[in-house]
Design a protein around this ligand. Structure first.
Ligand SMILES: [Zn+2]
Ligand SMILES: [Zn+2]
Length: 233
């Protein structure tokens, strides 16, 4: 936390190119934002980047066409490649919460007018052991900045993690699906609500798909994932 505090007291530098930013709360300079967070052609449902040729007539990727996920849409800022992967890692492991604010603000911009409808902004809850190690949930901080920038409603306590799950990185797609089954629950009803689910990285989407399943079961009319970075195919 000391390091996070130091970032607020010292003149800011762009986390990518180190150029001085003066005494602003910014983490990334405008040219780096334009260079490393370009708007790419993506599947509207799962946000995988796709070339024009691989895109179907309805715009979905092959995987979503074969089996529609429970969520309705996904927006992301970038692919999970350098330097964005390093930014996500710095946010999580060195408590660079200024980066969480940057990501939240940019996600609000990208989601645009859709965020104006009455909504619930829900961060993906972290496993208990991760919160204990880290002292904070990065998705909560991104969601907070996103809610502040968009005027949306931060609903931090609606989605509960019922149990810790094995880290998904070590598992196959089938194992990932089984691993997260029944790991989440919703408090109260979400009847007719538009729900935005906020997370840092999306890999296969198994966790987000399970979350969308329980949100829809609780009555959510629409589930839209807002993700900092998406692993490319
Ligand atoms: Zn820069
Ligand atoms: Zn897709």
């Amino acid at each position: 936390m000391l390091r996070a505090l130091a970032h607020h007291l010292l003149p800011a530098h762009c986390v990518v190119c180190q150029i001085g930013l003066g005494r602003t709360a910014a983490a990334v300079c405008a040219p780096c934002e334009a260079d490393f967070f370009p708007v790419l052609s993506r599947c509207p449902r799962c946000a995988i980047s796709i070339s024009g040729a691989a895109q179907s007539a309805v715009g979905l990727c092959g995987r979503c066409l074969a089996q529609l996920p429970h969520f309705d849409a996904t927006s992301t800022l970038a692919d999970y490649v350098s330097p964005v992967d390093g930014m996500v890692i710095a946010m999580k492991f060195t408590a660079r919460l200024d980066l969480a604010h940057f990501f939240g603000r940019l996600l609000a911009e990208r989601a645009g007018p859709e965020l104006q409808v009455p909504n619930q902004i829900i961060p993906v809850p972290l496993a208990f052991e991760r919160v204990r190690e880290r002292g904070f949930n990065q998705s909560h901080h991104i969601a907070k900045a996103l809610a502040a920038a968009s005027g949306g409603h931060l609903a931090n306590d609606r989605l509960l993690r019922l149990r810790n799950t094995t880290p998904q990185q070590s598992l196959s797609i089938d194992e990932r699906r089984r691993n997260v089954r029944g790991a989440f629950a919703v408090q109260g009803t979400l009847e007719h609500q538009s729900v935005f689910v906020v997370d840092d990285v999306m890999t296969t989407g198994s966790t987000l798909n399970e979350i969308a399943r329980v949100l829809k079961q609780a009555g959510a009319a629409r589930v839209h994932n807002l993700i900092v970075a998406r692993t490319p195919e």
